[in-house]
Ligand binder design. Structure first.
Ligand code: DX5
Ligand code: ZN
Length: 219
């Protein structure tokens, strides 16, 4: 199993975005998490294609776009063209999830589906084998800096067990309230891609990134 930290740009200083991304990439972050919010699926509005396109020049990292957008199928092509390598959509935001999953695949991106804390993993039962990644939200989406919701850990465990039963090599991503203090517990539950916003950006994002990669070495 490999483990990756995916710093969430949402928590970065937008006036200094290029330098901050360079710093976390050089410190060992191979993934960059990009939260696109539409003010409808979630209350907040973040950023979209133009920002993703500009920062694409700064790093070769995996651009992992988390679409907190109603009917994200409308934007798959544009997000891909802006520089996405992986696109994750919320099951709750897609009336026709199968269609959107296929759209992402056809665009040539890695396919992820996200579940809000209250959404059971059983909604993915029929489509699991078509996904590269499942994002188990560990907070309610919409804002950085929230507190990790403990019961989501049970979903991570159950999903890892289900994937093992079915022989699926799934990436399980967690997002929300992840930090160096709870990382081991979430990793041991079965997650392998760790989004971190406020735990990375702030003072010394490079050093904060290395705290994550150092913990990975224990496993
Ligand atoms: C929340 C976003 C997260 C957010 C995480 O809706 O999906 O990616 O940036 O921020 P922290 O790590 O501060 O909880
Ligand atoms: Zn996110």
């Amino acid at each position: 199993m490999y483990y990756k930290v995916a710093p969430s740009v949402l928590a970065a200083d937008f006036a200094d975005l290029g330098n901050q991304l360079r710093a976390v990439s050089e410190a060992g972050a191979e993934w960059i998490h990009l939260d696109v919010m539409d003010g409808a699926f979630v209350p907040s509005i973040s950023f979209g294609m133009p920002v993703i396109k500009s920062i694409r020049r700064v790093t070769d990292g995996v651009f992992d776009v988390h679409m907190m957008v109603e009917e994200p199928g409308r934007y798959v092509e544009d997000i891909k063209n802006a520089g996405a390598d992986a696109i994750t959509v919320h099951a709750e935001a897609c009336r026709h999830l199968d269609r959107v999953v296929n759209q992402i695949r056809e665009a040539g991106c890695r396919v992820g589906v996200a579940l809000n804390p209250a959404t059971p993993i059983s909604v993915l039962d029929t489509i699991l084998d078509q996904l590269d990644m499942v994002l188990i939200m560990t907070v309610n989406p919409g804002f950085g800096g929230q507190k990790f919701i403990p019961y989501t850990l049970n979903k991570v465990k159950a999903l890892r067990a289900l994937c093992e039963d079915r022989g699926l090599k799934m990436d399980i991503q967690v997002d929300g309230g992840i930090n160096a203090a709870n990382l081991r517990e979430v990793l041991e539950a079965g997650a392998n891609i760790f989004v971190a916003g406020s735990a990375v950006f702030g003072t010394d994002p490079a050093a904060r990134t290395r705290e994550f990669t150092e913990i990975f070495k224990e496993y």
